[in-house]
Design a protein around this ligand. Sequence first.
Ligand SMILES: *[C@@H]1O[C@H](CO)[C@@H](O)[C@H](O)[C@H]1NC(C)=O
Ligand SMILES: *[C@@H]1O[C@H](CO)[C@@H](O)[C@H](O)[C@H]1NC(C)=O
Ligand SMILES: *[C@@H]1O[C@H](CO)[C@@H](O)[C@H](O)[C@H]1NC(C)=O
Length: 161
Amino acid sequence: MALRALLLTSAAVLLILIHRMSAADPSSCRAVWLFKMACSQPRAAVVEQVKAWSSRQCYDSEGEECSYQIVTEAPGYVEIKHTNLSSQKSTALNFTFKPPDVPSFCSMRGLSTTAPPGGSSPYCVLHNLVNGSGLTQEAGFREICNAAMCPSMDVTACGAA
Ligand SMILES: *[C@@H]1O[C@H](CO)[C@@H](O)[C@H](O)[C@H]1NC(C)=O
Ligand SMILES: *[C@@H]1O[C@H](CO)[C@@H](O)[C@H](O)[C@H]1NC(C)=O
Ligand SMILES: *[C@@H]1O[C@H](CO)[C@@H](O)[C@H](O)[C@H]1NC(C)=O
């Protein structure tokens, strides 16, 4: 009985989450990445990649793998800013890492919002960073994202041309 109630509650919570996610507008994107490792590792990889790309100059042909900047850093949270050098439009993005102290599981949630019109794809701004930091190759890597969560989701538009 208790289990059934729990399952029903979980299903209801999931439905509410999916509904909320589908309300996303084209200028924003949210995605979740899962890993079989402590959150300290993906967090360090993201921060290191942002720093590596902070001083690089690049343009559209290079898939914008540059011009990222750390805004705020906290143990379970990193806030970043990306600027599209062609349009000078910026994208605000952040990552939340949970749970803090589990050795073999991490859920990393990413959110991004681009100032429209003429800005970068909010999905690509997240994707390029996750891919560029090598996290897509890590143990247990899974990306949870769809067109409802990210209307701008289109990997072919993200890569270096
Ligand atoms: C994280 O980024 C999203 C999208 O840009 C923004 O809506 C949200 O307020 C940010 N979160 C925090 C805590 O700043
Ligand atoms: C950067 O902005 C330009 C001009 O608005 C746009 O055409 C281009 O697609 C953007 N770059 C990316 C990778 O989104
Ligand atoms: C991911 O990064 C690798 C290596 O930096 C690059 O060769 C590849 O094109 C990228 N893939 C996507 C889908 O962005």
